[in-house]
Design a protein. Structure first.
Length: 333
């Protein structure tokens, strides 16, 4: 799966213009969409590029323009999203049918794993449900994972020595085939998640009465928990506002490991932790291997809505010496 995912990432990076200044979130969404599709359906992702891109664009347009209208009222943006979603599902179901008929699973991607599971429980997951599972994964890749990657690229751009350290690590590991060879890159991703957790505010319901912080709370109320505030609390992290990936490379863990809440905690924790970390490490490593990142002086806004995003953040790209000439041409699609 890693080889397919890395190749998909290379195809996306090949489309980035030379010596350009690009919107960080837009860059990240393009990458995570490609990577998410590759991890979900492997090599078949090439056939879904246009449908996945159109669906993603329609979804973002709908969320931006239709959020204040009741969901039961149709409008042009919702109709466009439904149309592209149906097109993507149709293509996915054709792939699902072909794989079921082949009857051979190579365990190469999430779709294979889902079909393997459904084979052990006949009738539980029909083609429509399997397609919707894959589509949910594709939807999700344009949200928090893209915001996380945008912050990672920003922090690398504003900390050149760390960027060079990551680049040297990627070269030494000869790419992204072995994630165990990229501990610094993984630490950078984790530190970005600490400083700018996409899910900056979590909700939890009091299951029973308890005392928290000197306050007696009864069972039932919904509490708001802020990973952003906890991650920047000096009680749990040394120099909490500093970007310091080395804190995750030291043998001594943070003062309170449970204070890291980028993916939540307990039964309600994010189930896609491994997925997001793998994808973001591959993306960051691939970008830095090919491009030198620098910060654009244009101002940006930190917007806290459903996630914590840098609106207006732009990054400058210049080719790393020899990277374009030495990189293999990715296959089309």
């Amino acid at each position: 799966m890693l080889a397919t995912t890395s190749a998909s990432c290379a195809r996306e990076l090949a489309d980035w213009p030379e010596a350009a200044t690009l919107d960080a979130i837009g860059m990240a969404r393009g990458l995570t969409a490609r990577l998410g599709a590759a991890m979900a359906v492997g090599e078949d992702a090439r056939k879904l590029v246009d449908a996945n891109r159109n669906m993603g664009a329609a979804m973002l347009d709908m969320l931006g323009r239709s959020r204040r209208r009741p969901s039961y009222l149709p409008d042009a943006h919702r109709r466009r999203f439904c149309r592209h979603s149906e097109q993507l599902e149709k293509q996915l179901r054709a792939d699902i049918t072909a794989r079921r008929r082949a009857g051979i699973s190579r365990g190469r991607d999430v779709l294979d794993a889902t079909l393997d599971f459904s084979a052990t429980r006949p009738g539980l997951l029909d083609d429509h449900v399997v397609a919707r599972i894959i589509m949910a994964n594709l939807f999700g890749m344009r949200g928090s994972p893209a915001i996380c990657l945008a912050w990672v690229l920003h922090l690398l751009a504003t900390h050149p020595p760390v960027q060079e350290e990551v680049r040297a690590e990627v070269r030494a590991a000869d790419g992204c085939a072995d994630l165990d060879g990229l501990p610094v890159t993984r630490a950078v991703v984790k530190e970005a998640l600490r400083l700018y957790p996409p899910s900056w505010l979590l909700t939890r319901t009091m299951a029973r009465s308890a005392e928290i912080g000197g306050y007696r709370l009864r069972a039932g109320p919904v509490l708001l928990v802020s990973p952003y505030a906890i991650h920047r609390d000096a009680r749990w992290f040394d120099r909490p506002t500093a970007f310091d990936p080395d804190r995750w490379l030291n043998t001594a863990p943070p003062a309170e490991p449970r204070a890291f809440l980028a993916f939540g905690s307990g039964p309600m924790a994010c189930k896609g932790v491994s997925w997001v970390m793998t994808q973001t490490v591959i993306a960051a490593a691939s970008v830095v291997r090919r491009w030198h990142l620098s910060a654009d002086p244009s101002p940006y806004r930190l917007v806290a809505c459903g996630d914590l995003r840098p609106v207006g953040l732009r990054l400058r790209l210049t080719s790393v010496a020899g990277s374009r000439a030495g990189a293999p041409n990715p296959p089309p699609g």
